[in-house]
Design a protein around this ligand. Sequence first.
Ligand code: SAM
Length: 199
Amino acid sequence: MEPWSVILQQYKQEPYPLKEDFGFVALPTQELQHFFVQAEEFLSGKKYWLSMGSGDGRVENIAARIYHKEVTAIELSQELITIAETKTAQIIQAIKNPKGRIQFVHGNYVPVALRKERIPPHFNFLHGKDPYRKIKFSSFDLVYSYPWPSQIETVLECFRTCAKKEALLLLYGKYDFDAKEYGLRELKRWDKGIILEKN
Ligand SMILES: C[S@@+](CC[C@H](N)C(=O)[O-])C[C@H]1O[C@@H](n2cnc3c(N)ncnc32)[C@H](O)[C@@H]1O
């Protein structure tokens, strides 16, 4: 089967019975398909991706299986990591000659030095393993995230302070901030997404 058909079939909108909620939302996979097609012009040459808050792994499978990227995905929920790994194994089985690579890492994507109390506190997590003992934020070409509004400042701060020069930050969602205030360059803005570059 074609990779897109397998991914669309694997990721439907069924809710997961999670014991702990860290703000997971299952995006409609077709909406993500449209989003990535829109962003395609920025993706070539950006091989190493970091995903901040990977949920059930749908974005990571799109990045790996469709765009052949090497993805490191950090997620606070062990339950979602298990779901993402199971779905990824099923997708690999269903696709002939699957491309790309995904590594799911359990932990908090906010580096320990940047974990601060913030207002409002919703979905602002200060606990969780430090994933950066094993991986280096500055080794990634592109960082993807779909944060809650209360997490956007944190995500921008992580990217601004830890990403390498010319790395891209691809955010799904509606945004009205001014990238210049964060020392970043806005490359493009869509109805539901934005792509920024570290100067
Ligand atoms: C809105 S969902 C987005 C899921 C997925 N990236 C997507 O685009 O479909 C946000 C995800 O981030 C995770 N999360 C929230 N805060 C986190 C943190 N500080 N560290 C790691 N994961 C976090 C949540 O558990 C949830 O799965």
